[in-house]
Design a binder for this molecule. Structure first.
Ligand SMILES: *Cc1c(COP(=O)(O)O)cnc(C)c1O
Length: 345
């Protein structure tokens, strides 16, 4: 008898014999290592720990979750891509998300030749239960991506609507919490025990300020994680990456401090933006960026570019909207001064 998770996994993945690395067979630290054709000389001559044991242990403390439930990816991109590769039969299975949202779900769906159903969020950028309901029973629908706080809109998705999907969908639900450390709301990690089909995706790229490292964190039950382990490339997180991340994660105070500063800067920037003639609407934000409707997004965007200030023009997804990342006090001041000039043109 297949478990509910096994029924969702592609047959080729169920039957896959994973690559067995030399280091999988002997896990001791001491020894004469002549098993992996490594060079005996140099500082980075050894292959990295394929299970990232120490780093996961530290993250388990921070996230208050069992280390055995943590998967680390080469950015969240890898976490997303592996979900398609594990669960979606190309040209047959489907995934679903709510738009406007993070573009990577669609890119990954296209790379894997999987249809992505895009349901529009309502005018408050929340999920419309009526539009999702008919899809929940589709046997070929394997993945639902919910981005909360959502990018580029900035808002959290209502907890009740996420719970409704979890209660009524038999496939895999991936909640992308890349910005959760900026939000007041708790992570959905605590719902893992009630929902074995849930994957929580977080990252060190945003609140932890480590985008250059490429470290995506996914929390999931051990059965799903066993398939992630099977499919990932054996040494997907480099030793340099693991080492630098461990150093950064040792300083939780600095992390908290930076988040506090960014949130304070966000409130200040929102107040300033409200005073500008060209600003029509500032959407509520639970993240480290603000979605702003202006009178002419293309014009504001190109005028800022000419002053070497780069924001994200989201006009093509939400008419006349720009997305502004909250920077340092100095950066935000430069942006505001430039916008004031543009506003008075
Ligand atoms: C920035 C962002 C990420 C982070 O991606 P990484 O590959 O971990 O850097 C993930 N999801 C969303 C919605 C984002 O905006």
């Amino acid at each position: 008898m297949k478990s509910n998770i096994q029924k969702l996994v592609r047959n080729n993945i169920l039957n896959l014999a994973p690559y067995s690395s030399a280091r999988d067979e002997y896990t001791g630290k001491e020894g004469v290592f002549l098993d992996a054709n490594e060079n005996p000389f140099g500082d980075y001559n050894r292959y990295p720990d394929p299970d990232q044991t120490e780093l996961k242990q530290r993250l388990a403390e921070i996230k208050k979750v069992d280390a055995k439930k943590i998967f680390l990816g080469n950015g969240s991109d890898e976490v997303i891509d592996l979900a398609f590769r594990i669960f979606c039969e190309p040209n047959q299975d489907k995934a679903l998300t709510f738009t406007p949202t993070y573009g990577m779900y669609e890119v990954s769906a296209n790379i894997n030749s999987v249809e992505l159903i895009k349901l529009p969020l309502n005018p408050e950028f929340q999920i419309d239960r009526k539009t999702i309901e008919p899809y929940l029973l589709d046997e070929n629908l394997k993945l639902i991506f919910i981005c909360s706080p959502n990018n580029p809109t900035g808002n959290l998705i209502k907890t009740d609507d996420i719970k409704f999907i979890l209660d009524n969908f038999g496939g895999i639900v991936i909640i992308d919490e890349a910005y959760i450390d900026f939000a007041e709301q708790e992570s959905f990690i605590k719902e893992l025990e009630n929902h074995p089909n849930l994957i929580i995706s977080q990252t060190l790229s945003k609140a932890w300020g480590l985008a250059g490292l490429r470290l995506g964190i996914a929390v999931m039950n051990e059965e799903i994680l066993s398939y992630y382990k099977k499919v990932k490339s054996p040494y997907n997180i480099s030793s340099v990456n693991q080492k630098v991340a461990l150093q950064a994660l040792s300083n939780e105070k600095e992390f908290q401090n930076n988040v506090t500063i960014i949130l304070r800067e966000k409130s200040k920037l929102i107040k300033e933006l409200q005073s500008l003639k060209i600003v029509r609407k500032i959407y509520p934000s639970d993240a480290n960026f603000i979605l702003v409707e202006v009178n002419n997004a293309n014009e504001v965007y190109s005028k800022l570019i000419s002053k070497q200030i780069i924001i994200r023009n989201r006009d093509s997804v939400i008419k006349n909207c720009i997305r502004i990342t909250v920077g340092s006090a100095e950066e935000n001041q430069k942006l505001f001064n430039a916008l004031k000039l543009i506003s008075n043109d």
